[in-house]
Design a protein around this ligand. Structure first.
Ligand code: FKS
Ligand code: ZN
Length: 348
């Protein structure tokens, strides 16, 4: 399996995350990608290549131009306004206010575009996020040109919480959505996205919620208990043309592999029935029992088993699979768990 990787992910190296009432070094740190890359090499998964520059056009197919400009200029604007630490929001257009106007000041803009308050914007964040989009686009292009049945986009920062005009939950650009849209624009009629990260992929769901050409299925911690808290319920089925093309499996604290696997098998059956030309997998390994911020109980062997289940289902119908890196914070095991999914897929 081909891996696409860009060293530019290292430019996303923020110093602060708001966590438990204090500032901590972000869980989403550069070592994560380095450790996964080392494991890819150690296991001999296949060639590792760098992406080319795809420009902003494929990003703008998913994201709002004003939002993209905000991300591009945020750090400079923050410094110019006298920001000393990293850029964080501190006010939001909540239900009791009006969120229709985009404020002029950087504090107002941060609140307008942020969907959560833990994620700082730091010097280099934009460049890293943009390179991360190139990583998934390169991997998508490789599959679309018929070279292989699977590819791994080892991108960082992650993407699945980012909506068309919102960032947060460690995410800035929605890499999985950008890849799915790119495939659509290259002539793939139907694309499925399977999100196996512990957290609900609210951004991806929102981007495709009214569409019937991209099917979204997600297994995640019940939002009543887990981030992002305000999306990911089982009754969110899609709207308008998209009705019936969104599928959520919110699962309770302590969920072990036997229950998680049942949900996966159901999701895979629905994906096969959709007859996609491509499957994008939002691959987060924060479902691991030792993950520091999540509450599922998967073990390292379970990752290989579910990779094989995805492989068996997709190979039976000849659907190529694009794995896109999302979360996973048990850093010492992140390489083993991630690559177990990929080698499991290949073994099917
Ligand atoms: C814990 C609160 C949770 C944010 C969690 C973000 C999770 C990000 C992720 C991604 F894949 F995007 F990286 N804070 N005190 O794992 O879903
Ligand atoms: Zn996650």
């Amino acid at each position: 399996m081909l891996t696409v990787y860009s060293e530019k992910h290292r430019l996303r190296d923020a110093k602060t995350e708001l966590h438990g009432g204090t500032f901590v070094r972000p869980f989403e740190c550069p070592e994560r990608a380095e450790i996964v890359l080392a494991r890819v090499r150690q296991e001999g998964l296949g060639e590792v290549i760098a992406p080319r520059d795809f420009g902003l056009a494929p990003v703008l197919k998913v994201h709002d131009p004003d939002f993209v400009r905000f991300l591009e200029n945020c750090w400079e604007d923050w410094v110019a306004a006298g920001g000393e630490g990293e850029a964080l929001p501190n006010v939001w257009p909540t239900r009791a206010m009006n969120g229709k106007r985009i404020p002029r000041s950087i504090d107002g803009k941060l609140g307008y575009y942020a969907l959560a308050g833990e994620t700082s914007i730091s010097d280099g964040t934009w460049e890293a996020a943009r390179a991360g989009a190139d990583v998934v686009l390169m991997a998508a292009e490789h599959l679309l040109s018929g070279q292989g049945q699977s590819a791994f986009a080892l991108s960082r920062p992650p993407g699945h919480h980012a909506a068309a005009d919102q960032y947060g939950g460690y995410c800035f650009l929605n890499n999985a959505a950008i890849a799915a849209q790119f495939a659509r624009d290259k002539g793939v009629e139907r694309v499925a996205v399977l999100d196996v990260d512990f957290h609900h992929g609210n951004g991806t769901q929102n981007i495709f919620y009214r569409r019937d050409d991209v099917f979204f299925a997600s297994l995640h911690g019940d939002p009543m208990d887990a981030f992002p808290h305000f999306l990911g319920h089982a009754d969110e089925l899609g709207e308008d043309a998209g009705e019936g093309f969104n599928l959520n499996f919110p699962l309770p604290p302590g969920t072990d592999y036997s229950h998680w696997r049942d949900a996966l098998d159901e999701a895979l059956a629905r994906i096969v029935a959709f007859k996609p030309g491509l499957l994008v997998i939002s691959l987060g390994v924060d479902t691991f029992e030792q993950d520091p911020i999540s509450f599922f109980k998967l073990r390292s062997d379970d990752f290989a088993d579910y990779g094989a289940r995805i492989g068996t289902a997709m190979k039976a119908v000849s659907v190529p699979a694009l794995f896109v890196m999302e979360g996973g914070y048990a850093v010492s095991e992140i390489g083993i768990n991630t690559v177990n999914v990929l080698t499991g897929f290949e073994s099917a």
